[in-house]
Design a protein around this ligand. Structure first.
Ligand code: ADP
Length: 263
């Protein structure tokens, strides 16, 4: 039946037989599609009114002589910015979920993307004074979807900057690792306790809600990373020790490498 969706499991049955169990998941997948459409539509509809509010906020004259108005304007500007970040992240997530782009069709110039992320990281780092080092193999390019890989890598780098107390040390690596390629971001921040680690990629999951909100994040960053990596046949690895720091990394298999140095 072309209108039905089935999930199959194949198991050995005795010496010579296989048992095929088919489960009708039509209803579950229809609901899942409706949820995805709903989130995408709501996010899209919220974008325009927010842009209008933001536009007017920027045009309002400065209220230099009125401390209350000054506070109100600062707060309104930062909260609309937060909402805009949230909506952009929801849209990115919907796009990745709906993406049927084939990963082997485009070559992604990771060194160029990481150079751009490094520039953005340095400007984010102004109040944090971290030592930030990028160690990037300049010839290592992979197959994939450029916007998605950019989004995944920048989320991991910006998280390290946000969640490491000032004066920290952050190292970013993009390198050949045995028969694979590896991206890793290491920080010497507060680290994350084991019970939280498995839940970090859930939507809106945060270890410290109040503190994370202050950073202006949407709570969707690591969820985006998880979906992007899933699409690229990889997964996020998190190693973290409380009080010492964290390493967020992923590896891509050899067949994803489009270009590397001759040596
Ligand atoms: P957001 O940063 O918007 O809150 P994310 O999905 O990017 O959302 O991250 C989820 C949570 O994981 C963060 O709120 C933070 O508690 C934790 N986290 C992420 N990266 C780090 C890191 N490098 N060090 C410590 N905690 C982190």
């Amino acid at each position: 039946n072309p209108n039905k969706t089935f999930e199959y499991r194949i198991m050995p049955y005795g010496e010579e037989h296989l048992l095929v169990v088919a489960r009708d998941v039509t209803r579950v997948s229809q609901l899942e599609e409706m949820r995805k459409d709903f989130v995408a539509n709501v996010s899209h509809e919220l974008r325009t009114p927010l842009t209008v509010i933001n536009g007017y906020l920027e045009m309002l004259p400065a209220a230099d002589d009125n401390p209350f108005m000054q506070k109100a304007m600062t707060e309104m500007t930062s909260q609309t910015q937060r909402m805009q970040n949230l909506i952009e992240d929801l849209l990115i997530l919907s796009r990745i979920e709906a993406s049927s782009e084939r990963i082997y069709e485009n070559v992604v110039n990771m060194p160029a993307i990481l150079a751009q992320i490094e520039r953005e990281a340095l400007s984010l780092n102004k109040d944090k004074h971290h030592k930030i080092e990028f160690h990037v193999d300049p010839s290592l390019k992979v197959y994939g979807v450029e916007t998605e890989l950019r989004s995944a890598c920048s989320n991991l780098v910006f998280n390290a900057i946000h969640y490491t107390p000032p004066g920290g040390h952050i190292q970013v690596h993009w390198k050949q690792d045995a028969h694979k390629v590896k991206f890793a971001v290491q920080d010497n921040g507060d680290g994350i306790a084991p019970p939280h680690i498995n839940r970090l990629t859930e939507r809106f999951y945060r270890v410290d809600k109040a503190r994370s909100r202050k950073t202006g994040g949407s709570g969707l960053g690591l969820s985006i990373v998880k979906h992007v990596l899933n699409h690229h046949n990889s997964q996020l690895e998190i190693h973290s020790v409380v009080g010492e720091g964290s390493v967020f990394s992923f590896t891509l298999t050899n067949d994803m490498v489009a270009e590397r140095s001759a040596s």
